[in-house]
Write a protein that binds this ligand. Structure first.
Ligand code: ZN
Length: 133
């Protein structure tokens, strides 16, 4: 894994949280994007090398809506940038980590992504992401 690419934070409303994080981080939100297949609106902040990704549910059956019902707002996942996502998925799967998707899928911010089930990672939802070339 190359580095922590971003930390994803589940929030209830971007309209309230974007200004809050702009104040907190003292940097403007540089991008918002909807990922239709995940049922989320995202907002990104650059903090040094790593980003903060705020995640707001767009529908009740979105994974983010379910997360907030269960756990409330807070850290949702940690994303690691990888050079070759398919090779990394194969490596981790062979080691017994459970992948939540069998093939890389389209994520926000021009990325191919794969999530690892938190039950095989001590409760931490891990995202692998690779810049689309
Ligand atoms: Zn993410």
């Amino acid at each position: 894994m190359l580095k922590i690419e971003h930390i994803g934070i589940a929030i209830k409303e971007l309209s309230a949280s974007v200004p809050l994080f702009e104040q907190l981080l003292n940097t403007p939100c540089y991008k918002t994007e909807t990922v239709v297949n995940e049922g989320v609106n995202t907002a990104f902040f650059q903090t040094g090398d790593a980003k903060i990704e705020l995640l707001e549910a767009t529908r009740d059956d979105s994974p983010i809506a379910k997360f907030i019902v269960k756990k409330g707002q807070g850290i949702h996942h940690i994303a690691f940038e990888v050079e070759n996502i398919e090779a990394e998925m194969k490596r981790l799967s062979a080691l017994g980590f459970e992948l939540l998707n069998e093939t890389p899928k389209n994520g926000a911010d021009n990325k191919l992504v794969c999530f690892l089930h938190p039950k095989t990672t001590n409760g931490v939802l891990i995202e692998l992401c690779q810049e689309k070339k």
